[in-house]
Design a protein around this ligand. Structure first.
Ligand code: PMP
Length: 430
């Protein structure tokens, strides 16, 4: 018997496949489309340096002292005002809990709401980090059927029969991780109406809502049903993930419990980080930062779209072809590879060609990824430059053509953009 007897809870824990993959991506020459890492060049380092100097000169005690578990009052006020401007008109600062990244919000929700064996409804596929956060609390994950517009209201309506006692539905309406899809206005209305009809609370995770490249997304679900929705937001994608600051907005009935859970977990989020972020926001940094980020990522999105079209396009008419939709925001393309391919197996060949992606099966609840799910792939377009994206997708085309050729699927050669293998062979593969 071991000296350390692990709890049942800890035995359910798993390390994220993406984090493991990211370690491999540190190899020199690797062009990774795996992690959703914001472009480092976009971090407001100069602005942070100057506010850090001021905060530490003018408010050293407050910035370095223990603080309130709820978070810094001014920051909670800012978040509440910001969300009111986004359509969540009833939000008050008293409902805002500052968290150590929205990832902590997910953990707190698992701790406070999930129960051993009780169902939790999740989109299929869903954000891996949320599945990871909820798993130790022993829920039974119940996938909600989705189409290109997100979860289907009719499927939500079947939950009382197939998942009685479901604690909440975890939803990502804006540029979902991993699919990049946006839930349109009509679908939002349908989902909220269905949730209200069956009395199912919603958890709305929105780290990507500000990263829109064509038009701003419709109002959040929480704007439509404030008393039935917990809303999660983050400064990671709009300022910098290393600050580890996010927030949640909870109805008063739930807020106290989440606050107690937060207190037990880390007392409060970093005072220094909160002071720095508040000072940045008061300097109106987002007014410059957001348009610059959108412009930058739009160019990257368009570069990946053009590269995919060139390397993997021409397959639209073929049922065996590659399929994807152009994301209107966020960080990811979601590809469906030709029938018969397995993204997990292709990853080895991709790594040999010094590129990386995340096989889509990772984002489905364990045991629910069939052959159709196993040929999906998530590609991030925000970390690499447009030139690197071009090269990475070129290598991806080579890997796919090699895999199809190995299957003896010659005719698809034409379907994959009409290029021949040799023209695209990379030194690593040839
Ligand atoms: N939710 C989603 C959908 C995410 O993609 C991420 C980060 N990848 C998070 C939550 C966590 O973000 P953070 O803790 O940095 O706020």
């Amino acid at each position: 018997m071991s000296l350390w007897n692990l709890s049942r809870r800890s035995q359910a824990m798993q390390s994220s496949a993406i984090r493991e993959l990211l370690k491999l991506c540190e190899r020199p020459g690797m062009l990774s489309m795996a992690g959703g890492l914001p472009a480092a060049e976009s971090f407001p380092a100069e602005a942070l340096r100057s506010v850090a100097d001021r905060v530490l000169r003018e408010q050293p005690a407050a910035a370095l002292q223990y603080g309130a578990s709820e978070g810094l009052a001014g920051l909670r006020e800012w978040v509440a005002a910001h969300l009111r401007s986004q359509g969540m008109t009833t939000v008050s600062a008293a409902q805002v809990l500052i968290t150590s990244g929205s990832q902590q919000g997910l953990d707190l929700l698992g701790k406070v709401l999930a129960e051993q064996g009780a169902p939790l409804a999740v989109e299929a596929p869903s954000y891996l980090g949320a599945l990871q956060a909820f798993t130790p609390y022993g829920p039974r994950f119940v996938p909600i059927a989705c189409d290109d517009d997100g979860p289907l209201p009719d499927d939500l309506l079947t939950l009382p029969q197939r998942a009685p006692g479901c604690r909440f539905a975890y939803l990502l309406p804006n540029f979902q991780n991993p699919t990049g899809r946006l839930m349109p206005e009509a679908r939002r209305q349908g989902i909220v109406a269905a949730a209200q009809q069956i009395g199912l609370p919603l958890v709305e995770d929105n780290p990507y809502g500000e990263l829109w490249y064509d038009a701003p997304p419709p109002a959040p679900l929480a704007a439509r049903w404030p008393e039935g929705t917990v809303y999660l937001g983050s400064f990671s994608k709009v300022l910098a993930p290393g600050l580890r600051l996010g927030y949640l907005v909870a109805p008063p009935a739930l807020f106290e419990r989440l606050l107690q859970a937060k207190q037990a977990s880390d007392l409060h989020s970093s005072s220094l980080a909160q002071h720095l972020v508040l000072a940045l926001l008061q300097k109106d940094v987002l007014t410059h930062q957001l348009p610059a980020l959108r412009a930058r990522y739009r160019v990257s999105r368009d570069a990946m779209q053009a590269a995919l079209q060139r390397e993997l396009g021409g397959l639209g008419d073929s049922p065996e072809g590659c399929r994807w939709a152009t994301p209107q925001g966020g960080m990811f393309f979601w590809l469906t590879l030709p029938a018969g391919l397995d993204a997990q197996r292709l990853l080895e060949q991709a790594l040999a060609a010094s590129i990386a992606f995340v096989p889509g099966a990772e984002f489905f609840v364990t045991g629910t990824a069939g052959p159709a799910e196993r040929r999906t792939v998530r590609l991030s377009f925000v970390t690499l430059s447009p030139a690197q994206i071009d090269e990475a997708v070129r290598r991806l085309g080579t890997v796919l053509r090699a895999a199809l050729a190995a299957q003896g699927r010659g005719p698809l050669e034409g379907a994959l953009g009409g290029r021949t293998e040799s023209r695209h062979a990379t030194p690593e593969l040839s």
